[in-house]
Design a protein around this ligand. Sequence first.
Ligand code: SF4
Length: 106
Amino acid sequence: MVKIKKLGINKPLNPSLNCRPFAIVYGHPVADKTRILKENVPGKWYVDDSCTPCHVCLEEAPKLLKYNEDQTYVYFFQQPQTPEELDAAQRALDICPTGSIGNDNE
Ligand code: SF4
């Protein structure tokens, strides 16, 4: 099941139409920490099993993320430590089209 982050805008833009724009109501999908890939190193940041993989996050955080052996998904081989690495991890999360990257693990 894909979890969806709602942005909190629930009123129709045009009340007479009683409809809402899809992108605003449903927003960006978010990662599911119950589906963390086992290869992720322990920590707050992770990739879940919805990774396609499309590769774009690797361009943002090559020092943190890499492919698994048969290149069917990516995972965090290192948790971000420095401010620069945290920025890179956040950019990877923001750019992931499937919402497969999360930062809410314990
Ligand atoms: S951007 Fe998302 S879907 Fe694409 S490879 Fe990275 S984690 Fe996987």
